[in-house]
Each structure stands twice: as C-alpha cells, then as structure tokens.
Ligand binder design. Structure first.
Ligand code: SAH
Length: 246
C-alpha cells in the first residue's frame, strides 16, 4: 500500500486532514479518492493505516483505521559515526544505510578528513530530508536522524552497548570473532555504534581514543581487502543486520 508522510500522531478512529505536497500527489498524480486506503507515517516508527473520506484539490480528509508498529524496523538501533567524506559520498552513504536499517548517522570531522565544515544547518537539513525520503521509499516508518559531532571527542560513545570500529590496520580481530563473542551479552534492542574512517583512514591515535571511550569498544577488520569509506559502513551494517536481525 502507498505510504505518505504526515506530521501528526493519530489513533484509531481519528479523523484528520492531510495537506501540502503529499495531498497534491495523492489527488492529482495518483488520483486516489473516497474509499481508497493508504498508510501514513510520521517518522516515529508507527504506521497509521487510513481510509480516504473525501478529497479536494489540495487536501485529503481521512479516518485512521489502525495503528501498528512497522515490521521493517530493526530491533537494534545502529548509529553510524562516519569520518567526513566528500559531500556527494555522504549523501550516498546516508541513503544506502537507511535502506539497510541504520538508526542514526553522525558525520564526524576526523584528522584525515579532506573536507571541512560540513556542519552548517542547511546541509544537515538536506541530509535529514534524504534520510526521510529513503526511509519512506524502502518501507520504514522511522526517519533516521542525521546529526553532527564537532570531533571524535564530541561523540557520546560511552552510552552504547557495543562500539565497533572498522579499522583497516586491525590484524587480529575480525568482525565475526567479535560478534560471536559479544552477541549473547547484548540487551534486547541494543544501541550499537559503528565507526568508519574517512577516505584517508584513521590516525592510530583516533582508534586509541575510540577504544578508551567505551569498555565495549572493539576495533575490527572487515577482511583482507581495503574498502572505500562509502563501502565500509554499508558492508559492516549489512553484516550486523544479518547477524542480529536474522
Ligand atoms: N587510506 C586507507 C584506507 C581507508 S579506507 C589505507 O589505504 O589504508 C576508509 C575506512 O574504511 C577505514 O578507515 C575503515 O574504517 C574502513 N575500512 C576499509 N577497509 C577496511 C577493512 N578491510 N577492515 C576494516 N575497516 C576497513
């Protein structure tokens, strides 16, 4: 069923009106009308199914016929701390990681980041829009948030149940061995951080800092090949989802 954004939280039986671009799309492009059903999402993780009562040129009046939690939402919340890459790459990373089930994305200026100063409000707004659109397109009901941290030191890593640092120079611990050892200790609905270096990789001092920031932080290898920064986060996230979400 078609999905549309609404900025309200409603319960079964509520009647409400949808306006703006979404309403115009429903009426003028999709030509939906009274009796048609649709799904409304507000980014919170809940889905509201609704039946259209009537339409005008730019408004849709509807009744909510059910509210449920979205089956497409992962049980665990994975946040990506991404060493700041060039901006078109960051947009690609955000879109793909939303499809793969990320909970939040935090671009971080790291020592070897080539680009500087991506933290302005207009850029963040654009990144959040990209995340929300990707969430809607892939059938999620939660819109992952893109926020920014001024530096690695500014990332609140101590609050996570597990921190996985993808480190290109990690010679001993593989992602598989760390997950096999840590999986059983993770709480239901764990908060997990994954950290990826920028194009130039991590400075060893950054990995040291990250390992000291949380007692459950581990640097892991993703294999014998060096992945580009935009590939590494997606690969790690896909492997995590496979291991933890089934
Ligand atoms: N310029 C660096 C590579 C950086 S790759 C070099 O030539 O060594 C960018 C980021 O992707 C890395 O910092 C790391 O976070 C991740 N990454 C890429 N390949 C990896 C691998 N095989 N194992 C773990 N992390 C990897």
């Amino acid at each position: 069923m078609r999905r549309f954004f609404i900025d309200k939280s409603l319960k079964e039986g509520d009647r409400a009106i949808l306006g703006g671009d979404e309403a115009r799309h429903i009426v003028s492009v999709l030509r939906m009308g009274a009796g048609d059903e649709l799904i409304l999402i507000n980014g919170s993780g809940e889905e509201m199914s609704a039946r259209i009562e009537s339409v005008s040129k730019d408004e849709v009046s509807f009744t909510v016929i059910g509210v449920s939690s979205c089956a497409a939402e992962p049980k665990n919340r994975v946040t990506l701390f991404q060493g700041l890459p060039k901006s078109d790459k960051l947009e690609f990373i955000i879109q793909k990681c939303v499809e793969l089930g990320i909970y939040a994305v935090c671009p971080v200026q790291m020592k070897r980041s080539v680009v500087k100063g991506e933290r302005n409000a207009a850029k963040l707004e654009r990144y959040n829009r990209i995340a929300a659109e990707a969430a809607k397109q892939c059938g999620r009901a939660y819109a992952p948030r893109v926020f920014s941290a001024p530096s690695l030191e500014g990332c609140a890593l101590s609050e996570f149940d597990l921190v996985l640092i993808a480190y290109e120079d990690e010679g001993e611990k593989s992602l598989k061995s760390v997950l096999t050892a840590q999986k059983a200790a993770l709480p239901e609905g764990a908060d997990i951080a994954i950290v990826i270096g920028p194009e130039g990789g991590f400075e060893p001092s950054e990995v040291e800092h990250l390992l000291g920031a949380n007692k459950n932080a581990h640097s892991v290898s993703l294999g014998t090949r060096i992945l580009r920064t935009e590939t590494a986060g997606m690969a790690l996230l896909a492997m995590l989802m496979y291991e933890l979400e089934g």
